[in-house]
Design a protein around this ligand. Structure first.
Ligand code: HEC
Length: 453
Protein backbone atom coordinates (compact mmCIF):
# COMPACT_ATOMS: atom_id res chain seq x y z
CA UNK A 1 0.00 0.00 0.00
CA UNK A 2 1.42 3.36 -0.96
CA UNK A 3 1.54 5.85 1.87
CA UNK A 4 0.53 9.39 1.08
CA UNK A 5 3.47 11.70 1.42
CA UNK A 6 3.26 15.08 3.05
CA UNK A 7 5.63 17.62 1.53
CA UNK A 8 8.46 18.68 3.79
CA UNK A 9 9.24 22.35 4.16
CA UNK A 10 12.37 23.39 2.33
CA UNK A 11 15.56 23.99 4.27
CA UNK A 12 16.97 27.42 3.44
CA UNK A 13 19.88 26.75 1.11
CA UNK A 14 23.35 27.68 2.21
CA UNK A 15 25.07 29.13 -0.86
CA UNK A 16 26.97 26.22 -2.39
CA UNK A 17 30.16 28.18 -2.79
CA UNK A 18 30.41 28.74 0.93
CA UNK A 19 30.63 25.01 1.40
CA UNK A 20 34.20 24.21 2.27
CA UNK A 21 35.40 20.71 1.50
CA UNK A 22 35.09 18.52 4.56
CA UNK A 23 32.95 21.01 6.50
CA UNK A 24 30.15 19.18 8.22
CA UNK A 25 28.69 21.80 10.55
CA UNK A 26 25.49 22.38 8.59
CA UNK A 27 24.24 18.80 8.68
CA UNK A 28 23.23 18.77 12.34
CA UNK A 29 21.52 22.13 11.94
CA UNK A 30 19.62 20.85 8.92
CA UNK A 31 18.36 17.84 10.90
CA UNK A 32 17.36 20.02 13.86
CA UNK A 33 15.48 22.40 11.60
CA UNK A 34 13.67 19.60 9.85
CA UNK A 35 12.62 17.98 13.14
CA UNK A 36 11.14 21.30 14.25
CA UNK A 37 9.29 21.87 11.03
CA UNK A 38 8.11 18.35 10.36
CA UNK A 39 4.31 18.21 10.49
CA UNK A 40 2.88 15.91 13.16
CA UNK A 41 0.62 13.13 11.90
CA UNK A 42 -2.99 14.32 11.61
CA UNK A 43 -5.48 12.99 14.12
CA UNK A 44 -3.26 13.50 17.14
CA UNK A 45 -1.72 10.78 19.26
CA UNK A 46 -2.71 7.25 18.38
CA UNK A 47 -3.44 8.09 14.74
CA UNK A 48 -2.17 5.68 12.13
CA UNK A 49 1.50 6.48 11.45
CA UNK A 50 2.82 6.53 7.91
CA UNK A 51 4.34 3.32 6.60
CA UNK A 52 7.95 3.20 7.78
CA UNK A 53 10.68 4.00 5.30
CA UNK A 54 13.54 1.54 5.50
CA UNK A 55 16.85 1.15 3.73
CA UNK A 56 16.11 -2.39 2.59
CA UNK A 57 12.79 -1.42 1.11
CA UNK A 58 12.65 2.06 -0.43
CA UNK A 59 16.04 3.70 0.14
CA UNK A 60 18.26 1.01 -1.40
CA UNK A 61 16.13 1.23 -4.55
CA UNK A 62 16.29 5.02 -4.61
CA UNK A 63 20.09 4.97 -4.19
CA UNK A 64 20.41 2.36 -6.93
CA UNK A 65 18.53 4.60 -9.29
CA UNK A 66 20.09 7.94 -8.39
CA UNK A 67 23.39 7.49 -6.54
CA UNK A 68 25.32 4.23 -6.99
CA UNK A 69 26.37 5.12 -10.52
CA UNK A 70 29.06 7.18 -8.72
CA UNK A 71 28.72 5.98 -5.11
CA UNK A 72 30.00 2.42 -5.52
CA UNK A 73 33.36 0.83 -4.84
CA UNK A 74 35.97 1.93 -7.37
CA UNK A 75 34.00 4.91 -8.68
CA UNK A 76 34.44 8.66 -8.30
CA UNK A 77 32.40 9.39 -5.15
CA UNK A 78 34.30 9.25 -1.84
CA UNK A 79 32.09 6.54 -0.32
CA UNK A 80 29.70 3.82 -1.51
CA UNK A 81 25.94 3.87 -0.98
CA UNK A 82 25.43 0.19 -1.73
CA UNK A 83 25.41 -1.40 1.73
CA UNK A 84 23.28 -0.34 4.67
CA UNK A 85 26.25 0.26 6.96
CA UNK A 86 27.80 2.86 4.61
CA UNK A 87 24.50 4.59 3.98
CA UNK A 88 23.75 4.75 7.72
CA UNK A 89 27.13 6.31 8.46
CA UNK A 90 26.56 9.04 5.86
CA UNK A 91 22.90 9.66 6.76
CA UNK A 92 23.11 13.26 8.02
CA UNK A 93 25.28 14.32 5.09
CA UNK A 94 22.86 12.58 2.73
CA UNK A 95 19.97 14.50 4.28
CA UNK A 96 21.76 17.81 3.97
CA UNK A 97 23.06 17.24 0.46
CA UNK A 98 19.70 16.13 -0.91
CA UNK A 99 17.70 18.87 0.87
CA UNK A 100 20.01 21.46 -0.67
CA UNK A 101 20.00 19.60 -3.95
CA UNK A 102 23.77 19.45 -4.06
CA UNK A 103 23.49 15.68 -4.67
CA UNK A 104 23.04 14.09 -7.09
CA UNK A 105 25.11 16.69 -8.92
CA UNK A 106 22.90 18.35 -11.51
CA UNK A 107 23.54 22.01 -12.13
CA UNK A 108 20.86 23.31 -14.53
CA UNK A 109 18.12 25.12 -12.60
CA UNK A 110 14.65 23.66 -13.22
CA UNK A 111 12.42 25.57 -15.62
CA UNK A 112 15.28 26.90 -17.77
CA UNK A 113 15.70 24.49 -20.65
CA UNK A 114 14.57 20.87 -20.91
CA UNK A 115 17.45 18.44 -20.96
CA UNK A 116 17.84 14.80 -21.89
CA UNK A 117 19.09 12.61 -19.02
CA UNK A 118 18.35 15.23 -16.34
CA UNK A 119 19.62 13.93 -13.02
CA UNK A 120 17.45 16.00 -10.72
CA UNK A 121 16.04 14.03 -7.79
CA UNK A 122 12.20 14.17 -7.78
CA UNK A 123 10.74 16.05 -4.78
CA UNK A 124 9.05 12.86 -3.56
CA UNK A 125 12.45 11.15 -3.34
CA UNK A 126 13.97 14.08 -1.45
CA UNK A 127 11.07 13.71 1.03
CA UNK A 128 11.52 9.98 1.27
CA UNK A 129 15.17 10.35 2.21
CA UNK A 130 14.28 12.94 4.85
CA UNK A 131 11.62 10.67 6.36
CA UNK A 132 14.11 7.81 6.47
CA UNK A 133 16.87 9.82 8.13
CA UNK A 134 14.54 11.48 10.62
CA UNK A 135 13.13 8.09 11.62
CA UNK A 136 16.64 7.05 12.62
CA UNK A 137 17.63 5.61 9.24
CA UNK A 138 16.34 2.08 9.95
CA UNK A 139 17.61 -0.89 8.00
CA UNK A 140 14.33 -2.79 7.84
CA UNK A 141 14.01 -6.35 6.66
CA UNK A 142 16.91 -7.50 4.51
CA UNK A 143 14.56 -9.75 2.57
CA UNK A 144 13.12 -6.56 1.05
CA UNK A 145 16.47 -5.66 -0.55
CA UNK A 146 16.48 -5.42 -4.36
CA UNK A 147 19.14 -7.40 -6.26
CA UNK A 148 22.38 -5.43 -6.51
CA UNK A 149 22.58 -3.17 -9.52
CA UNK A 150 25.14 -4.42 -12.03
CA UNK A 151 27.22 -2.18 -14.26
CA UNK A 152 28.57 -3.52 -17.51
CA UNK A 153 32.30 -3.22 -17.95
CA UNK A 154 32.28 -3.10 -21.75
CA UNK A 155 31.16 -0.55 -24.33
CA UNK A 156 27.54 0.36 -23.79
CA UNK A 157 26.88 0.98 -27.48
CA UNK A 158 28.64 -2.07 -28.79
CA UNK A 159 32.10 -2.27 -30.28
CA UNK A 160 33.10 1.11 -31.75
CA UNK A 161 34.37 1.46 -35.33
CA UNK A 162 37.56 3.02 -33.97
CA UNK A 163 39.03 3.37 -30.51
CA UNK A 164 41.29 6.27 -29.58
CA UNK A 165 43.53 5.58 -26.61
CA UNK A 166 45.98 7.74 -24.69
CA UNK A 167 49.39 6.31 -25.69
CA UNK A 168 50.77 5.46 -22.26
CA UNK A 169 49.00 5.28 -18.90
CA UNK A 170 49.16 8.51 -16.91
CA UNK A 171 50.15 8.26 -13.26
CA UNK A 172 47.78 10.32 -11.13
CA UNK A 173 49.40 11.18 -7.81
CA UNK A 174 47.23 11.14 -4.68
CA UNK A 175 46.22 14.68 -3.80
CA UNK A 176 43.47 16.73 -2.24
CA UNK A 177 43.72 18.98 -5.28
CA UNK A 178 42.30 18.56 -8.72
CA UNK A 179 44.59 17.90 -11.65
CA UNK A 180 43.80 18.88 -15.25
CA UNK A 181 45.75 17.25 -18.06
CA UNK A 182 45.47 17.25 -21.85
CA UNK A 183 46.48 14.21 -23.90
CA UNK A 184 47.09 14.39 -27.63
CA UNK A 185 45.80 11.42 -29.63
CA UNK A 186 46.77 11.46 -33.31
CA UNK A 187 44.36 9.96 -35.89
CA UNK A 188 45.38 8.42 -39.21
CA UNK A 189 42.14 7.85 -41.09
CA UNK A 190 42.76 8.23 -44.82
CA UNK A 191 39.86 10.69 -45.23
CA UNK A 192 37.49 12.90 -43.22
CA UNK A 193 35.19 10.90 -41.00
CA UNK A 194 31.62 11.61 -39.90
CA UNK A 195 31.12 10.63 -36.30
CA UNK A 196 27.56 9.78 -35.29
CA UNK A 197 28.18 8.51 -31.76
CA UNK A 198 30.96 8.84 -29.20
CA UNK A 199 31.42 6.78 -26.08
CA UNK A 200 34.01 7.51 -23.40
CA UNK A 201 35.57 4.84 -21.23
CA UNK A 202 37.58 6.19 -18.34
CA UNK A 203 40.52 3.94 -17.49
CA UNK A 204 40.20 4.34 -13.72
CA UNK A 205 36.77 5.55 -12.75
CA UNK A 206 37.80 6.30 -9.20
CA UNK A 207 40.05 9.16 -10.34
CA UNK A 208 38.43 10.44 -13.57
CA UNK A 209 36.06 13.28 -12.63
CA UNK A 210 35.21 14.43 -16.13
CA UNK A 211 36.44 14.50 -19.74
CA UNK A 212 36.31 17.08 -22.52
CA UNK A 213 37.58 16.83 -26.10
CA UNK A 214 38.97 19.32 -28.60
CA UNK A 215 40.16 18.92 -32.19
CA UNK A 216 43.51 20.24 -33.36
CA UNK A 217 44.19 20.37 -37.09
CA UNK A 218 47.23 22.67 -36.89
CA UNK A 219 49.64 20.65 -34.76
CA UNK A 220 49.49 23.16 -31.88
CA UNK A 221 48.65 20.52 -29.30
CA UNK A 222 51.69 18.45 -30.25
CA UNK A 223 53.94 21.45 -29.61
CA UNK A 224 52.41 21.91 -26.16
CA UNK A 225 52.81 18.20 -25.47
CA UNK A 226 56.46 18.20 -26.58
CA UNK A 227 57.20 21.13 -24.29
CA UNK A 228 55.95 19.28 -21.20
CA UNK A 229 57.58 16.16 -19.72
CA UNK A 230 55.60 12.93 -19.45
CA UNK A 231 52.39 11.93 -21.24
CA UNK A 232 50.27 14.96 -22.15
CA UNK A 233 50.54 18.51 -20.82
CA UNK A 234 48.91 20.46 -18.00
CA UNK A 235 45.82 22.43 -19.09
CA UNK A 236 43.18 24.06 -16.94
CA UNK A 237 40.48 26.18 -18.56
CA UNK A 238 40.93 25.13 -22.18
CA UNK A 239 43.39 23.12 -24.26
CA UNK A 240 45.82 26.04 -24.74
CA UNK A 241 44.99 26.63 -28.42
CA UNK A 242 41.96 27.58 -30.47
CA UNK A 243 40.18 24.27 -31.07
CA UNK A 244 38.82 23.46 -34.54
CA UNK A 245 36.00 21.33 -33.19
CA UNK A 246 35.14 18.86 -30.47
CA UNK A 247 33.75 15.37 -29.96
CA UNK A 248 31.81 16.03 -26.79
CA UNK A 249 32.67 15.13 -23.23
CA UNK A 250 31.83 12.88 -20.32
CA UNK A 251 31.05 13.02 -16.61
CA UNK A 252 30.09 10.08 -14.39
CA UNK A 253 26.74 8.70 -15.38
CA UNK A 254 26.74 10.32 -18.83
CA UNK A 255 25.43 8.06 -21.59
CA UNK A 256 27.18 7.81 -24.99
CA UNK A 257 26.66 10.88 -27.22
CA UNK A 258 24.42 9.91 -30.08
CA UNK A 259 23.75 12.40 -32.88
CA UNK A 260 20.24 12.87 -34.26
CA UNK A 261 19.41 11.10 -37.55
CA UNK A 262 21.53 12.31 -40.54
CA UNK A 263 23.61 14.57 -38.30
CA UNK A 264 27.35 14.08 -37.80
CA UNK A 265 30.40 15.57 -36.14
CA UNK A 266 33.23 16.05 -38.60
CA UNK A 267 36.60 14.54 -37.73
CA UNK A 268 38.91 16.05 -40.36
CA UNK A 269 41.60 13.86 -41.87
CA UNK A 270 44.79 13.94 -39.80
CA UNK A 271 43.15 15.79 -36.86
CA UNK A 272 44.51 15.23 -33.38
CA UNK A 273 41.95 14.61 -30.70
CA UNK A 274 42.91 16.40 -27.51
CA UNK A 275 41.42 14.75 -24.46
CA UNK A 276 41.26 16.95 -21.36
CA UNK A 277 40.92 14.92 -18.19
CA UNK A 278 39.96 16.31 -14.80
CA UNK A 279 41.52 13.97 -12.24
CA UNK A 280 40.89 13.78 -8.54
CA UNK A 281 42.76 11.02 -6.74
CA UNK A 282 41.49 10.83 -3.17
CA UNK A 283 43.14 7.46 -2.54
CA UNK A 284 46.49 7.23 -0.78
CA UNK A 285 48.42 5.74 -3.69
CA UNK A 286 49.14 6.83 -7.26
CA UNK A 287 46.65 5.46 -9.78
CA UNK A 288 47.43 4.84 -13.46
CA UNK A 289 44.73 5.90 -15.92
CA UNK A 290 44.47 5.25 -19.64
CA UNK A 291 41.19 6.57 -20.95
CA UNK A 292 39.62 5.49 -24.25
CA UNK A 293 37.28 7.15 -26.73
CA UNK A 294 35.11 4.93 -28.91
CA UNK A 295 33.94 6.39 -32.23
CA UNK A 296 31.01 5.23 -34.33
CA UNK A 297 31.04 6.38 -37.96
CA UNK A 298 28.11 7.21 -40.22
CA UNK A 299 26.63 4.20 -42.04
CA UNK A 300 24.10 6.20 -44.02
CA UNK A 301 23.88 9.69 -45.53
CA UNK A 302 24.79 12.77 -43.49
CA UNK A 303 22.88 15.99 -44.14
CA UNK A 304 24.00 18.20 -41.30
CA UNK A 305 27.28 18.96 -39.66
CA UNK A 306 27.23 19.84 -35.97
CA UNK A 307 28.62 23.35 -35.55
CA UNK A 308 29.52 25.21 -32.41
CA UNK A 309 28.70 28.85 -31.71
CA UNK A 310 30.86 30.17 -28.88
CA UNK A 311 28.92 33.07 -27.35
CA UNK A 312 31.72 34.79 -25.47
CA UNK A 313 33.11 37.98 -24.03
CA UNK A 314 36.88 38.26 -23.81
CA UNK A 315 37.02 41.93 -22.94
CA UNK A 316 35.92 42.00 -19.31
CA UNK A 317 37.66 42.97 -16.11
CA UNK A 318 36.36 41.70 -12.78
CA UNK A 319 37.45 44.19 -10.09
CA UNK A 320 39.26 42.81 -7.04
CA UNK A 321 36.81 42.43 -4.15
CA UNK A 322 33.60 42.58 -6.23
CA UNK A 323 31.05 40.14 -4.79
CA UNK A 324 28.67 40.10 -7.74
CA UNK A 325 30.19 41.30 -10.95
CA UNK A 326 28.13 40.82 -14.08
CA UNK A 327 29.63 40.06 -17.49
CA UNK A 328 27.47 39.82 -20.59
CA UNK A 329 27.98 38.31 -24.01
CA UNK A 330 25.65 38.29 -27.02
CA UNK A 331 25.56 36.84 -30.46
CA UNK A 332 22.95 37.55 -33.13
CA UNK A 333 22.33 35.06 -35.91
CA UNK A 334 22.30 36.32 -39.51
CA UNK A 335 18.69 36.94 -40.62
CA UNK A 336 18.94 34.09 -43.14
CA UNK A 337 20.28 31.51 -40.69
CA UNK A 338 17.63 29.23 -39.32
CA UNK A 339 19.23 26.91 -36.81
CA UNK A 340 18.37 24.38 -34.14
CA UNK A 341 20.34 24.18 -30.91
CA UNK A 342 21.07 20.64 -29.79
CA UNK A 343 23.25 21.22 -26.73
CA UNK A 344 24.74 23.98 -24.58
CA UNK A 345 27.97 24.04 -22.55
CA UNK A 346 28.48 26.94 -20.14
CA UNK A 347 32.09 27.66 -19.22
CA UNK A 348 33.67 29.82 -16.52
CA UNK A 349 36.52 29.26 -14.07
CA UNK A 350 36.69 29.43 -10.27
CA UNK A 351 35.13 32.86 -9.68
CA UNK A 352 32.06 32.07 -11.80
CA UNK A 353 28.84 31.82 -9.75
CA UNK A 354 25.91 32.03 -12.17
CA UNK A 355 25.26 31.81 -15.88
CA UNK A 356 22.00 32.32 -17.71
CA UNK A 357 21.70 31.76 -21.47
CA UNK A 358 18.59 32.97 -23.27
CA UNK A 359 17.56 33.08 -26.92
CA UNK A 360 15.41 36.03 -28.02
CA UNK A 361 13.73 35.60 -31.39
CA UNK A 362 13.21 38.58 -33.73
CA UNK A 363 9.50 38.62 -32.77
CA UNK A 364 10.50 39.07 -29.12
CA UNK A 365 9.75 35.51 -27.99
CA UNK A 366 12.34 34.40 -25.48
CA UNK A 367 13.44 30.86 -24.83
CA UNK A 368 15.54 29.97 -21.82
CA UNK A 369 18.46 27.77 -22.91
CA UNK A 370 20.06 27.14 -19.54
CA UNK A 371 20.51 28.68 -16.11
CA UNK A 372 23.11 27.60 -13.58
CA UNK A 373 22.72 29.38 -10.27
CA UNK A 374 25.45 27.58 -8.34
CA UNK A 375 28.31 27.23 -10.81
CA UNK A 376 31.03 24.81 -9.81
CA UNK A 377 34.06 24.46 -12.06
CA UNK A 378 34.39 20.89 -10.78
CA UNK A 379 30.97 19.91 -12.05
CA UNK A 380 30.78 21.23 -15.58
CA UNK A 381 28.86 19.50 -18.26
CA UNK A 382 27.56 19.66 -21.75
CA UNK A 383 23.76 19.61 -21.65
CA UNK A 384 21.79 18.10 -24.52
CA UNK A 385 18.28 19.44 -25.06
CA UNK A 386 15.44 16.96 -24.88
CA UNK A 387 14.17 18.43 -28.15
CA UNK A 388 16.36 20.59 -30.42
CA UNK A 389 15.50 24.26 -29.76
CA UNK A 390 14.60 26.33 -32.85
CA UNK A 391 16.75 29.45 -33.34
CA UNK A 392 15.19 31.31 -36.29
CA UNK A 393 17.30 33.78 -38.28
CA UNK A 394 17.95 37.00 -36.37
CA UNK A 395 17.70 35.32 -32.96
CA UNK A 396 19.95 36.87 -30.33
CA UNK A 397 21.66 34.60 -27.82
CA UNK A 398 22.45 36.37 -24.55
CA UNK A 399 24.76 35.19 -21.83
CA UNK A 400 24.66 36.81 -18.40
CA UNK A 401 27.40 35.61 -16.07
CA UNK A 402 28.03 36.58 -12.45
CA UNK A 403 31.41 36.35 -10.71
CA UNK A 404 32.41 36.56 -7.06
CA UNK A 405 35.89 38.08 -6.85
CA UNK A 406 35.75 38.72 -3.09
CA UNK A 407 38.12 37.29 -0.50
CA UNK A 408 35.11 35.46 1.03
CA UNK A 409 34.74 33.23 -2.04
CA UNK A 410 36.33 29.97 -0.82
CA UNK A 411 37.26 29.10 -4.39
CA UNK A 412 39.09 32.43 -4.80
CA UNK A 413 42.42 31.49 -6.46
CA UNK A 414 44.06 34.89 -5.84
CA UNK A 415 44.97 35.77 -2.27
CA UNK A 416 44.56 38.69 -1.89
CA UNK A 417 42.02 39.09 -4.74
CA UNK A 418 43.23 40.96 -7.82
CA UNK A 419 41.51 42.33 -10.92
CA UNK A 420 40.80 39.36 -13.16
CA UNK A 421 40.59 39.24 -16.95
CA UNK A 422 40.20 36.58 -19.65
CA UNK A 423 42.82 33.82 -19.76
CA UNK A 424 43.58 30.11 -19.66
CA UNK A 425 45.03 29.94 -16.15
CA UNK A 426 43.35 28.94 -12.91
CA UNK A 427 43.75 32.56 -11.77
CA UNK A 428 42.07 33.96 -14.93
CA UNK A 429 38.44 33.81 -15.95
CA UNK A 430 36.32 33.00 -18.96
CA UNK A 431 32.78 33.81 -20.04
CA UNK A 432 31.52 31.45 -22.75
CA UNK A 433 28.45 29.45 -23.62
CA UNK A 434 29.15 26.98 -26.43
CA UNK A 435 25.91 26.36 -28.30
CA UNK A 436 25.95 23.29 -30.55
CA UNK A 437 23.70 23.79 -33.55
CA UNK A 438 22.63 22.38 -36.87
CA UNK A 439 21.61 24.49 -39.87
CA UNK A 440 18.01 23.83 -40.97
CA UNK A 441 18.74 24.33 -44.68
CA UNK A 442 21.87 22.21 -44.74
CA UNK A 443 21.45 19.12 -46.93
CA UNK A 444 24.93 17.77 -47.47
CA UNK A 445 23.61 14.44 -48.74
CA UNK A 446 27.04 13.06 -47.95
CA UNK A 447 27.27 9.31 -48.52
CA UNK A 448 30.08 7.69 -46.58
CA UNK A 449 32.20 5.48 -48.84
CA UNK A 450 32.41 1.81 -47.91
CA UNK A 451 35.96 2.38 -46.64
CA UNK A 452 34.82 5.14 -44.26
CA UNK A 453 32.23 3.05 -42.43
C1 HEC B 1 27.47 11.79 -10.96
C2 HEC B 1 28.08 11.20 -9.80
C3 HEC B 1 27.34 11.24 -8.48
C4 HEC B 1 26.01 10.95 -8.24
C5 HEC B 1 24.96 10.46 -9.23
C6 HEC B 1 25.81 11.16 -6.82
N1 HEC B 1 26.97 11.59 -6.24
FE1 HEC B 1 27.23 12.08 -4.26
N2 HEC B 1 29.15 12.59 -4.65
C7 HEC B 1 29.81 12.45 -5.85
C8 HEC B 1 31.18 12.96 -5.73
C9 HEC B 1 32.23 12.95 -6.82
C10 HEC B 1 31.32 13.42 -4.40
C11 HEC B 1 32.54 14.10 -3.75
C12 HEC B 1 32.34 15.59 -3.69
C13 HEC B 1 32.42 16.27 -5.05
O1 HEC B 1 33.29 15.94 -5.87
O2 HEC B 1 31.61 17.18 -5.29
C14 HEC B 1 30.03 13.17 -3.76
C15 HEC B 1 29.75 13.50 -2.42
C16 HEC B 1 28.59 13.17 -1.76
C17 HEC B 1 28.35 13.43 -0.36
C18 HEC B 1 29.32 14.11 0.58
C19 HEC B 1 29.30 15.58 0.28
C20 HEC B 1 30.24 16.41 1.15
O3 HEC B 1 30.85 17.31 0.57
O4 HEC B 1 30.33 16.11 2.33
C21 HEC B 1 27.09 12.96 -0.08
C22 HEC B 1 26.40 12.96 1.26
C23 HEC B 1 26.55 12.41 -1.32
N3 HEC B 1 27.48 12.57 -2.31
C24 HEC B 1 25.30 11.84 -1.44
C25 HEC B 1 24.74 11.44 -2.63
C26 HEC B 1 23.40 10.89 -2.76
C27 HEC B 1 22.46 10.62 -1.61
C28 HEC B 1 23.21 10.65 -4.10
C29 HEC B 1 21.95 10.14 -4.76
C30 HEC B 1 20.70 10.70 -4.34
C31 HEC B 1 24.42 11.05 -4.80
N4 HEC B 1 25.32 11.51 -3.88
C32 HEC B 1 24.59 10.96 -6.18
C33 HEC B 1 29.27 11.97 -7.02
C34 HEC B 1 27.93 11.63 -7.20
Amino acid sequence: MAATRRPLPPVPARPGHLRRPGRRGGAAAAVALLVLLLPTPPGGPGAQAEAPVTFSNQIARLFQQHCVECHRPGDIAPFALVRYRDAYKARTDILEQTQKRLMPPWKPAPGHGEFADARRLPDADVDLIARWVLAGAPEGDRRDLPPERRFEAGWRRGLPDATLTVATPFRVPPSRDDLYRCFVIPTDFPEDRWVTAVEFRPGERKVVHHLLTYLDTEGEAERLDAASPGEGYPCFGGPGFLPRGALGGWAPGAPPHVMPERVGMLLPRGARVVLQVHYHNRTRAPVADQTQIGLHFARGPIDKRVRVIPVLNRGFQIPAGARRHEVRASYTLQPTWNLHAIAVTPHMHLLGREMTVTATQPDGTTRPLIRIDDWDFHWQGSYTFKEPVPLPGGTRIDVVAVYDNSAENPRQPNRPPKDVTWGENTTDEMCIAFVRVTVDAERLGHQPTAAAR
